[in-house]
Design a protein around this ligand. Structure first.
Ligand code: SUG
Length: 421
């Protein structure tokens, strides 16, 4: 049976705070901090385990090979000879944020009935611009079953595409035809708009979407300027629920009207700026929660600890969940997770996962999580992931070797030696 599977990026052993993402306020604020890769990966694995226990289908993607010597080679340098800046760009563990791996259109929406995935080119940020090659390699293995999936290479530069983080799907249930909303930026004030409309339009064409059920909506400049470098920092959708900040979109009335016309049963839960400011929404990552449907049919939010620590946000959430009858909102449960290490680089619960609607039996089983497999990954992480990385350590050959070794060991553990490379 086709269901929603969350594929989380396992946090790689080189996770660090090099401050590489302009417009991502957490990344800039935490520049120079000492990171804890082992704790980061364990925090992510704990979230996966809890979602499995909640009855949700769970998969994962492997960390990429870092430092990326091939990319440095294309730039005429090497890990040893590269400048500190280029080397930091080659060492980023940013592929952990699987919401940026690809855009996914389930089979119920596409012309040929297959689930289509287009790998994101991530061209705006140098440290992310070299992720696509390995992402493509992993997706081609995980979704090799061509009767059910079509995996596409990235759309060409210069049209920036950051994948599912700027894509929302609304539908009666996951396996029913949906309305796909592509959110793009035009100007972001002081920061780059990372998702370009031309890229979103290309993805919609490549996936064979029905134009009558496809919407292109512009992200508000105010949201980008406030630090919402991806739409999923200010809005999230699941089945018939759109959970959004009032200021997420350039023309919210037009978007809501289109949505109501195309999906009359939609429930729009809008958080007013008067109750939660854009700034509180962005520091707490309220909207970067995973909005999920539990086996009971109820909606739940999987939130980062920062949401509970931000008084305006927690007040809003408690009131929403406590509401009954006319005041009751669709979200019935709140689950809070410590994802501090990823959050400090601007990656919340929803950034860490890519949603794919599929029958798990059609996916390569090596990418599907089970409690026993998570135990094995955890043990390996506890043994081989560095405990701490300071920015100065990025120039240490011992660290480069440790990162390569840790990742190779994980590939071997999961029977994915073809990715060890
Ligand atoms: O692209 N952070 C990521 C965070 C991505 C979050 N994803 C979603 N919103 N879906 C980014 O800005 C920080 C890297 C550094 O500074 O080393 C970073 O890349």
């Amino acid at each position: 049976m086709r269901t929603e599977i969350n594929f989380d990026g396992i946090v790689g052993p080189s996770h660090n705070y090099a401050g590489l993402s302009l417009g991502n306020l957490a990344s800039t604020r935490n520049f120079g901090k000492v990171s804890a890769p082992r704790a980061a990966a364990l925090q992510g694995l704990a979230k996966m385990r809890a979602n499995l226990q909640r009855g949700l289908a769970q998969g994962f993607f492997l960390p990429q090979r870092r430092p990326d010597a091939e990319w440095l080679g294309q730039l005429g340098t090497s890990v040893e000879a590269a400048s500190d800046t280029l080397r930091a760009n080659a060492l980023s563990a940013s592929s952990m944020w699987a919401a940026n791996a690809a855009t996914v259109s389930p089979g119920a929406d596409t012309a040929d009935g297959r689930c289509h995935l287009t790998v994101a080119n991530l061209v705006t940020m140098p440290h992310r611009s070299h992720e696509w090659r390995e992402t493509l390699a992993q997706l081609r293995i995980a979704f090799a079953n061509e009767a059910h999936f079509a995996v596409h290479p990235p759309v060409p530069a210069p049209f920036g595409d950051e994948g599912a983080a700027n894509h929302m799907r609304l539908c009666a249930d996951h396996d029913a035809p949906g309305v796909e909303v592509f959110v793009y930026g035009v100007t972001g004030g002081p920061y780059p708009a990372r998702q370009h409309r031309e890229a979103s339009e290309a993805v919609a064409r490549i996936h064979g979407l029905d134009p009558a059920r496809t919407i292109f909506a512009r992200q508000s400049d105010a949201a980008i300027a406030a630090g919402a470098f991806h739409n999923d920092v200010v809005a999230v959708a699941n089945e018939r629920v759109l959970f959004t900040h009032e200021l997420a979109f350039a023309d919210r009335d037009a978007l809501y009207a289109q949505l109501r016309e195309k999906l009359p049963e939609i429930e729009i839960v809008e958080v007013p700026a008067a109750e939660v400011s854009l700034s509180d929404a962005i520091t707490s990552y309220l909207f970067n929660a995973q909005l999920v449907t539990l086996p009971s049919g109820e909606s739940a939010l999987v939130l980062p600890g920062e949401a509970r620590e931000t008084p305006s946000v927690w007040r809003w959430l408690e009131a929403h969940v406590a509401g009954t009858g006319h005041n009751g909102g669709p979200i019935r449960h709140l689950f809070v997770h410590d994802l501090r290490e990823s959050m400090a680089n601007g990656g919340g619960p929803a950034c860490l996962r890519l949603r794919v609607v599929a029958d798990p039996a059609t996916v390569d089983p090596r990418f599907i999580a089970s409690p026993e497999k998570l135990d094995r990954i955890e043990a390996l992480v506890a043994r081989l992931w560095p405990e701490r990385i300071a920015v100065e350590d990025l120039s240490s050959p011992a660290l480069w070797a440790a990162c390569v070794e840790a990742r190779s060991a994980l590939c071997a553990e999961l029977g994915l030696d073809e990715l060890a490379g």
